[in-house]
Design a protein around this ligand. Sequence first.
Ligand code: SF4
Length: 304
Amino acid sequence: MSFDLDEPVDTTIDDDLLVADQALFEVDGPVVAAPHHLSPSSASLFNQCPRRWRLRYVDRMVEPPGEEALVGTFAHRVLEVLLGEVPEHRTQERAKIIAREVWPETERHPDYRSLGLDAARARAFRWKGWLAVQGLWALEDPATVAVRATEQRVSATIGGVPFLGVVDRLEECHDGMVVTDYKSGRPPSTRFRDDKLAQVLLYAAAITETDGEAPVRARLVYLGNTIIEAHATPDRVGEAVGALRTTWDELTAAAAGDEFAPKPGPLCGWCPHAATCPEGMAEIQQRWDQGRLRADAPAAALVA
Ligand code: SF4
């Protein structure tokens, strides 16, 4: 199937991109060995629910990335190639050509095939991907970006934590180096902005450690929506690193005792392990009974 853009579909993109982490843990007898690295997504998952973290990273239970995450992966890939072009070639027409070139990779991928999309849903998928790519132009002209690197892997010890991440984009701006991460989901409410920005501030800390040059700003580009950013001041970066350190300490303590407690909450509705988690099912049932379970939560099918 080609990357057909002739039939637009009105749809929105809901979820953040999830980048798969490497296997980070080894299991040795009854106790879980210390992790090798901590990435932002792994730290976020542990904070969301330690039991889910164990299921994913220790038990290696499969967590299908889901349609929206795959849409984000596709858009990231197109933008990575586009930003690798010389500035005058970073046009929407060129992006469409790249999208067509990149599409077979996505279409062949087992995660995409596992979605089992029919023709209409596959068309909607392609349109979501394209709308995410096109959404960059709503926020900036990529021809003006002074790219230093894209998809740069960063591995550094920050705050005593072995940190691992992949930076979507590093660029040179009027005031210095800037770290950028693309998002294809909805931007967070004001209340959660600092939490989301912590990811790119951690990248700034890791780059400072590895390159000896400190980024001046950290940005989250919500494709087609908005940009949120923070000055990467020592205080802000230090706060993000401190929170990472706290997560690391909690994680290593949980691993030492192999005690990964469930943490039921609204995201149980999207947890792929809900059916085998009594605490999660109780939470889902309670939310369903109270009319507080979102209709689009996959776990709704378990109690409906
Ligand atoms: S269902 Fe909820 S409590 Fe259970 S593992 Fe998943 S997120 Fe954690």
